[in-house]
Ligand binder design. Structure first.
Ligand code: BES
Ligand code: ZN
Ligand code: ZN
Length: 493
């Protein structure tokens, strides 16, 4: 989707459909007010409340949709994403190729015109994503191709600011949609080999360095925890390392993503109900691809390594068993008490490998625990970190992107719970308490002295219930968050 900007007033513009974003209690300009007068009893301007009208030639547009932005005092940037998303969905429902989104006035004093334009572009582009590759009735697929953002009160948004905001918002949302388009692929297609191919394509497009470790290489290196998960599957595991700005004298950051292409649970098999959703257990890794794409397109002044351990967790005659003991890449031994706690096993090796690169910090994204859904519901990402500054950067980025994080403790008492009878550490605590935290402190054993943050994205990886700008399916949540955090860390240095 393309997003344009114009400073022309609504009365000067033409087209099929215009959506006017209206701050509750503000007086709309007369050309809009004339349509509201008639129907005022039904419309107050509450957030995402709408009222539509054919213009009967009184405007350059044939159809008008007024979208409420809610009260000025309660305004936040995400309301613009939501409203732009709604505008695109509405236009799509009416099979319009183009929609104009007019903003009367920016509510909130701390919201810059650039940020507002960015949010509008993001909401519009994110709302336009659909996973239609496997639909054969192609004539039923419809996409809105263009959104024009119009600053209805001339001079309210500066042209340069707006264009910069749209530029950044387009990169962010395109990267998120890219991650979604891979994450939505089913597990019979998105196998380690295939995903490595996508990573190669990305490396060509974005001029990234790429290195792929295969099974024999990982065996030689001693990545036995990762290999133990993979041994039950007919698909060979791979570990992909992508690097942006390799060799440049810039601070190095590292992002690591859990890439379980399908999580059946292994011998500790999952119940069959909803098991199909475990194709989304590769979300962390797909988000890593999205982060690398955006970081390179935004030309962030950092070096960035992305690491994706790619395995399938299946039960078979060659699968690992509960009770097996493996030695991880950093030399620590793990007693595998539950083969369904496989994400932490592949991340153990991937994180130890990441720490070896000596980055400023490591951020990992993983659909690690079902317990995080119980803990935070679908509205937050679980954050675990050994560093306050990094946590603050992620929290601030979460507020800005509305991919919010909530920090949970990783106190030594939790690590005690993970001590094993017959090895250094076990992969679950049999107490069944604090499931997300015990997962996080397990990971902590493998990062050495590195500054690190773990994002448990298991509650937000895909959308099942209606969301203002994300259609049912992969959400790509985490991509904008991490890019924003990296950009914040890079500029604060
Ligand atoms: N991939 C799952 C976590 C998950 C669950 C993601 C639901 C999304 C939705 C992970 O590998 C897993 O199975 N974790 C176990 C851990 C347990 C065995 C300690 C879980 O959450 O049940
Ligand atoms: Zn699992
Ligand atoms: Zn899993």
């Amino acid at each position: 989707m393309k997003v344009d900007f114009t400073q022309d007033k609504i009365s000067e513009l033409k087209g099929e459909i215009v959506c006017f974003l209206h701050v509750q209690d503000d007086d709309p300009p007369p050309e809009i007010a004339q349509f509201l007068k008639v129907k005022k009893e039904r419309y107050e301007g509450k957030l995402l409340q709408t009222i539509s009208s054919d213009t009967g030639g009184k405007l350059g547009f044939k159809h008008l949709l007024v979208i409420g932005l809610g009260k000025k005092e309660e305004f936040r940037l995400d309301n613009l994403r939501r409203a732009a998303g709604l505008a695109v969905r509405y236009a799509s429902g009416r099979k319009e190729k183009e929609v104009t989104v007019a903003v009367q006035k920016l509510p909130g004093d701390n919201i810059t015109p650039q940020k507002a334009a960015q949010a509008l572009a993001e909401g519009a582009i994110l709302a336009s994503y659909r996973f239609t590759e496997f639909k054969t009735k192609k004539d039923e697929i419809f996409e809105v191709g263009k959104v024009v953002i119009a600053s209805a009160a001339a001079g309210n948004i500066d042209m340069k600011d707006a264009q910069e905001g749209i530029h950044i918002g387009t990169i962010m949302a395109d990267a998120q949609n890219y991650a979604r388009s891979l994450d939505d692929q089913p597990a019979n297609i998105a196998q380690p080999q295939k995903i490595a191919g996508w990573a190669k394509e990305l490396s060509r497009e974005c001029k990234l360095d790429i290195e792929i470790l295969d099974k024999s290489r990982m065996k030689k290196m001693g990545m036995n925890a990762l290999l133990a998960v993979a041994q039950g599957s007919a698909q060979e595991p791979l570990l992909v390392k992508l690097e942006y700005n390799k060799g440049k004298k810039l601070p190095l950051y590292c992002v690591v993503g859990k890439g379980v292409t399908f999580d059946s649970g292994g011998i500790s098999i999952k119940p069959s109900q909803n098991m199909h959703e475990m194709k989304y257990d590769k979300t962390g890794a797909m988000n890593v691809l999205g982060v690398l794409k955006a970081a390179s397109e935004l030309k962030l002044p950092i070096r960035l390594i992305g690491i994706m351990p790619l395995v399938e967790n299946m039960p078979s005659g060659s699968a690992q068993r509960p009770g097996d003991i493996v030695k991880a890449y950093n030399g620590k031994t793990i007693e595998v008490l539950n083969t369904d706690a496989e994400g932490r096993l592949i991340l153990a090796d991937a994180l130890a490998y990441a720490a070896e690169q000596k980055p400023e910090c490591i951020i990992d994204m993983a659909t690690l625990t079902g317990a995080i859904v119980v803990c935070l519901g679908k509205h937050a990402i679980g954050l675990f970190s050994n560093d306050d500054k990094l946590s603050e950067a992620l929290s601030a980025a979460g507020e800005e992107t509305y991919e919010r994080v909530w920090r949970l403790p990783i106190w030594p008492e939790y690590s005690e719970m993970m001590k094993a009878d017959f090895a250094d550490i076990k992969n679950i605590s049999e107490q069944g308490e604090a499931g997300s935290i015990t997962g996080a402190v397990f990971l902590k054993e493998f990062i050495g002295e590195c500054r690190w943050a773990h994002l448990d994205i298991a509650a937000v990886d895909y959308v099942k219930t209606p969301h203002p700008y994300l259609e049912k399916g992969a959400s790509g949540i985490g991509v904008r968050l991490v890019v924003q955090a990296l950009s914040g860390l890079a500029t604060k240095k």
